[in-house]
Design a protein around this ligand. Sequence first.
Ligand code: SAM
Length: 242
Amino acid sequence: MDQHPTTPAPGEPTTDRVKGIFSRIAPEYDRFNALSSLGMDRLWRRAAVRLARPRPSDRVLDLAAGTGDLTITMARRGKPAYVLSTDFVPEMLEIGREKVAELEGRSEVEFAVVDAQDLPFDDATFNIVTVGFGVRNLPDRTANFREVHRVLMPGGRYVILEFSRPPFKPFRALYHFYLKTVIPALGGALTRDRASFDYLNESILAFPSQLALAAELHAAGFSSVTWRNLTFGIVAVHVAVK
Ligand SMILES: C[S@@+](CC[C@H](N)C(=O)[O-])C[C@H]1O[C@@H](n2cnc3c(N)ncnc32)[C@H](O)[C@@H]1O
């Protein structure tokens, strides 16, 4: 018999594991992101906002918003009427709230503690739903896709920015080496919590390919799904239309 039947597999997201990790690493999250991606995370979020194509009257829901960087990019560059920034870890959201308070000339932004798998909103409430580097951490993606589909207006878009699978094999091997060595060392040095970064790496390696994720979105009822690879496919932006 398995002596540890409740121990999750490497890279497997469970609610307790994910909440624990992000409440612990919240103060260092932004610094880790900028260093580990060599500053490219900002460009990836800008690309996601461009692909979301917000209009001035749009209402946007940002899920798993963490410390608010995708919310902020949306509010400053996309300038929809309204952005609701949500996460289920209040420590992450609080940092986002402080950053947004300093911004001028942007959309109206509000914050709420929300589980991305169980959305407390009426049907057809938002024109756009975004999630940046959050879908990978959901134990039940199907529940999230079903809920997002429900709260989107007809024709609304779900924009998923997530680590993905570089198609060119030699580059992929190099990137996976970087993931397994540099990322835990850097994350461990910044937060003294190397185990959390081992999990984050495993979760990237366990995440479905671009094509497989698109198939899951189709199966959840989205009528069209496209994606764009960024930085040789390290990251992809999927756009699923209701
Ligand atoms: C890697 S961070 C991404 C933050 C931000 N979107 C960004 O672009 O930097 C992942 C976030 O997902 C949140 N998260 C994970 N599972 C969640 C869930 N079920 N509901 C809401 N937030 C969740 C975590 O708390 C964490 O803040």
